[in-house]
Ligand binder design. Structure first.
Ligand SMILES: [Zn+2]
Length: 135
């Protein structure tokens, strides 16, 4: 699985986004160490707080299927599904990623027109809080 293919899958995942309020579609493609890919989209709600991001949808699908080891996630987003710039994961999603991934090896691919930006989790969530602080 190349980074480019994972980014294409994130673009495809935007198609099922449920966004009647904002119109901002987000798609995510989460690559597991075993090669499986889980797609996620954002799902809005009239009460707003139940809304969930595409990244968390992908993670929760994977975790609920027993996955525990992850390599990378690609994220694409934009108004009406048009990618005009990178669409970085929100703070809540970064925290969820931190629960399951090595911050120095897990990578986040943010799709932009004609390419993507690649960062480690630590770059996007420096000095993050994780389970190691609870020992
Ligand atoms: Zn989020």
């Amino acid at each position: 699985m190349t980074d480019e293919t994972l980014c294409q899958l994130a673009m495809k995942a935007m198609e099922t986004a449920y966004v009647p309020y904002s119109g901002y579609k987000v798609g995510a493609a989460l690559l597991c160490e075993n090669g499986k890919v889980y797609l996620g989209c954002n799902i809005e709600n009239a009460a707003f707080t139940p809304t969930v991001c595409g990244e968390r949808t992908a993670f929760f699908k994977a975790i609920s299927e027993g996955e525990k080891n992850f390599v990378s996630i690609a994220v694409a987003g934009g108004k009406d599904g048009v990618v005009e710039d990178v669409f970085p994961p929100c703070g809540v999603c970064r925290q969820v990623i931190a629960e399951f991934c090595n911050p120095d090896t897990f990578t986040i691919l943010m799709v932009k027109p004609n390419g993507y930006e690649k960062h480690t989790l630590r770059e996007l969530l420096p000095f993050g809080f994780d389970k190691n602080r609870l020992k």
